[in-house]
Design a protein around this ligand. Sequence first.
Ligand code: ADP
Ligand code: MG
Length: 700
Amino acid sequence: MGILDTDIKYLSGIGPKKAEILEKEVGICTFGDMLYYFPYRYIDRTQFYEVKDINAEMPYIQLKGKIVRIEVVGVSRGKRLVAHFSDGTDAVELVFFKGLKWVVNKLKPGAEYIVFGKPSVYNGKINLIHPEIDLANETAMAFAFNMQAVYSSTEVLKDNFLGTKAFNRIQYELIKQVNDKIAETLPQYMLDAYKLMSLKEALLNIHFPQDNDHLQKARYRLKFEELFYIQLSLLKQRSIRLEKADGFVFAKVGELFNRFYEQNLPFPLTDAQKRVVKEIRKDFGSGKQMNRLLQGDVGSGKTLVALLSMLIAADNGYQSCIMAPTEILALQHYNTINELLKGMDLRVGLLTGSTKKSERTVLYKGLLDGSITMLIGTHALIEDTVQFKNLGLAIIDEQHRFGVEQRAKLWSKSDNPPHVLVMTATPIPRTLAMTLYGDLDVSIIDQLPPGRKPVVTRQFYDSKRLMVFGFMREQIKEGRQIYVVFPLIKESEKMDYKDLEDGYNGITRAFPPPEYVTCVVHGKMKAADKEYSMNLFAEGKANIMVATSVIEVGVNVPNATVMIIESAERFGLSQLHQLRGRVGRGADQSYCILISGDKLTTEARKRLRLMVATNDGFEIAEEDLRLRGPGDLEGTQQSGLALNLHIADLGRDGQLLEYVRGIASDILSDDPLLSNEKNILLRKQLVLQQEKIKNYSLIS
Ligand code: ADP
Ligand code: MG
């Protein structure tokens, strides 16, 4: 227990009540948590503008001057307080809509203030709405620093006197107490070699920068360390895994594989598919357990690669399974694979949440006696009652939907961990893959099957719906099918279903039966109804499928050429890309139509624009990472990939990440166990690190 483990309530000025709020709001429990609660920006306190020079185009600015007069104007909801502020060059209005009483009490006409805010225009006049405002002498007294740190706060924190100013004071107090006791976390030889600031100095400067140069060095040092230890930890685990020679050996490619390849394969493999199959075969023969992530854009043909791998397992006498995230997808894999295996004497089982008890009994028996070679299902597969005779290969489709624990359970079904192939259609940017899956080997299918035409994407506002309907009619006349998708966001499920219902009614009015057939699929339907609807569409008996985003994953209907996404502004980029991937699977030109409201946020506008501009899943994923940050990246949250980065930003610090990965890799190849005297600190830190971020990427 070091001083950094001290409960935050013992810091002077905090106490039990504030401590409780800090924990609840921002997860700060200890001195250390507080010390690592970094500012997100800084105010340059050396820069003052003159009122005569300001305009509404300026970002946040700082002014120094006096309050001339205060007045309350407007009534009820329009009621606001206007403080007329002047610095001698000109006057500007400071406007407050909230906390009027507090503001009135605080502002003293005649005293000198420092004001910080964003200029805007209202009624033709320049004003600052809810600026930060402090007595000039107070600001100067409290912190004799040129750059003032700004901390993110919440409404609750602010209401409890824990706004950004309070954080300044708290950090000041904290640093005073702990700075001398901060132990260095990187060995001296690294600080020297990579020109890094000491931890002590970095922590001081991150909260109270001496100047911009010190601040940049502090940030660099802290990011370096953060990314370095993650990489060191991942690379170390990887080498441990590779050392253990406990993988099943699938030595041969046998009869089943060859028979399939020669007689059943419906089309030649793409070069990318061939390459990936080769990579997998190499792993199978290595005697080590395979841990491979297969990335491939939607429609790139991952299913076939999965099946070929399963056939190799079967050739070597092992069972295999595919775990899919939804029943629809499991069923589709089951049908696809049975179709592909036609004429071959292989038993394939299907197990989902809605498999009947009687069928289960039969399945369980077949799995135990080995007569079922391949099992396809949902997370029902990981239930304890499911026992295999000899599971040799586990394939997980659309990996990001599964939690880490669920995956771990799957491996425990066999004495030796089976080979693992994780397939994902969510392209993961390189930097993120390196961080989250540093322990996995990565294969990429970077090529679509031949003859695919890129999907044409267009954005339309709600008001242009009739035009879109007209286009739909044309496509249907040509024999094509159409998806219409509505957003489904958990928090507002009720509303979403209403959207779906209204949407469905609108569609059936515009496309009345019996001329047109429209089917519906959503998450709340019974499995059997879902299946019925899906089949209607898959068999070409329905022209239009109205759905929530449940179809996002995996549905394959090559004759569907139009994907209409309603309220497209409510979807994330990678979700939009996944949905778009449902069309463009056949030889015909396909279209994706994004329908949105006309009031869009800047971010939403950017997302839609990018979708129109590119079909490249990796480009979209990179941009998604930049726009939203990795914490929000599709799937990373569900799978518990709480990286909890304090300062590094995977979207921006990709280069640094690769750099430190190289350093970590060099250190480990020199000293795999980190047992050299000079690396002892690294080993110690690694243990602490692993306690902190449980290693989410380790899947064996
Ligand atoms: P995903 O990678 O999204 O899972 P699928 O495995 O569902 O993609 O394949 C998409 C479609 O492409 C399927 O209809 C499949 O039959 C077809 N396909 C796969 N590989 C090839 C190939 N080498 N040549 C032509 N079509 C292919
Ligand atoms: Mg798929």
